[in-house]
Design a protein. Structure first.
Lengths: 299, 299
């Protein structure tokens, strides 16, 4: 059975950083998220590609137990071209070709409709909402977004957030969406919209979890060599949801663990270009880094 | 006995934030640091004031068991005027009157020379070095600095750092001094200069401790209402050194606790203008927030 269902983009990314470059690599929010989730569960992707999409990429996803029956084929694949400068904190976009994404109107295959866990990775909030409405009886809806939708579809974005159980976004987006510099204030505002929890991703500084009466602060993993941070946020959300769908425990305590697994996989992802690093880590590597994160926060 | 000895500025601060303002309030790196240290130990200040310095400020410091015999009196007190904008992250300076600081050439009173712990709060690195040379047999030298000295006295600053056991600075200063965006890289470079440890203060994101073979990540306390962040970094360093001088345990494990106490007192300090908040907290408040920081990092 497919779980979690992940909607998001599947893309061909061309990325340049101070440490090298890569052209037309497998990318997109749904790819990163499902690869991260696949360490824990058997995700299925809802997305669109083009006729130009390399078949070996689909084969690779399937080898990782990712169901791709929810990926439809349009004309040309969504392409993103960007670079990172010296500080590696912010991706600069050189070119975006939306291509087939422009006409995408998600259809959920029957075999996805019984899924209990949904991860709404970054994509148009109207498409995210459509998925929520088509899954029969979800137990947990985790939602990510990005500044583009805050700028361009804020009303639709807020409507979708109100249907989510857990909102995952980064510190800049939290400040922007709730018009406050204070992350605690932003998180409390967000908590009024969702049913369960708010997670704020802070890159190298870790992540924060806010529930109605508790707060958790996950440390960042001290990475010295960051080659390409593309997709780290998607990995975080995918691993978080994947771990919860595996353990079927939605307690605050287990969400804390899920966040740390999310951080671990995101930290590995930054160590190489595109999805390369995720290809050669296993559960042993993940548990090792999980334990390291335990030891660095002990006092 | 006076311990730790703290050199730094004693100032009259005029501060404006979105939440109010204050004029000619007690401030300066040595004041914040010694008030923070005074919760744990009996610090003594090395600094200079002017004839205009209100006597009641000295009385207040003495009431907190802070020795002020190392404070000499020159012409006029150092004055700083600044403001914080909406985001409260960065102080903007309106006016700096160095006044008596310009002619300050620290003299260490005899009764300070047997101190075992030194906190070199932010001040000219040449004065910091002079203190190191005049204390007879120190067990621990903790050193803070700021971007001004990186810009204007980098050579002297590096000379002084080489005599310190623990360097405490903020993330921006770490990146600037070692010319790298990566904090792990900056910390490793700094570790080559000092004998014991490097601490990077990250404001709301907590603090990092690096020793030769270990790493600790302290969570930030989730503050919703920040009135005035002036002096938080000084409080952190002062409390850190004060706690170590009280416990006389320089193990990495105890340094972790000292960092958390530093974070606790810095977080209280931000809740009101100038040193106001530090006047009405006690050890019970401090232990309460220490325990809260334990619970928010548990997984």
């Amino acid at each position: 059975m497919v779980d979690p269902v992940i909607i998001g983009t599947v893309a061909l990314d061309s990325i340049k950083t101070p440490f090298g470059k890569v052209d037309d690599a497998l990318g997109g929010s749904a790819c990163y998220a499902s690869l991260a989730a696949s360490f824990f569960s058997k995700p299925g992707i809802l997305s669109i590609i083009g006729k130009d999409f390399p078949k070996e990429f689909i084969t690779f996803l399937n080898q990782r137990s990712i169901d791709t029956n929810g990926i439809v084929t349009g004309d040309k694949t969504f392409k993103w071209k960007g670079y990172y400068e010296f500080d590696m904190n912010e991706a600069k976009t050189l070119d975006t070709e939306l291509n087939s994404l422009l006409s995408y109107n998600v259809e959920v295959p029957d075999q996805y409709k019984d899924a209990k866990y949904i991860f709404l990775a970054n994509i148009d909030p109207e498409l995210q909402l459509k998925v929520i409405n088509e899954i029969k009886n979800p137990e947990l809806i985790v939602m990510d977004t990005m500044n583009f939708w805050i700028d361009n579809k804020k009303k639709e974005l807020l409507e979708t957030i109100k249907k989510a159980d857990i909102l995952v976004f980064n510190d800049g987006e939290a400040r922007q969406l709730f018009e406050t510099p204070n992350l605690v204030t932003a998180a409390k505002a967000a908590l009024k919209l969702v049913s369960k929890a708010v997670i704020i991703k802070k890159g190298e500084h870790g992540a924060l979890l806010f529930t109605k009466d508790k707060h958790f602060s996950a440390p960042g993993y001290p990475l010295e060599k960051i080659k390409d941070p593309t997709g780290c946020g998607d990995c975080f959300g995918g691993a978080f949801t994947g771990y919860l769908s595996k353990t079927k425990d939605l307690s605050e305590k287990n969400m804390r663990k899920a966040i740390v697994y999310g951080s671990v996989i995101a930290s590995y992802n930054a160590e190489d270009f595109g999805t390369e690093r995720l290809k050669n880590i296993n559960m042993e590597d993940i548990e090792k880094r999980f334990d390291e994160l335990k030891s660095i926060r002990e006092f």
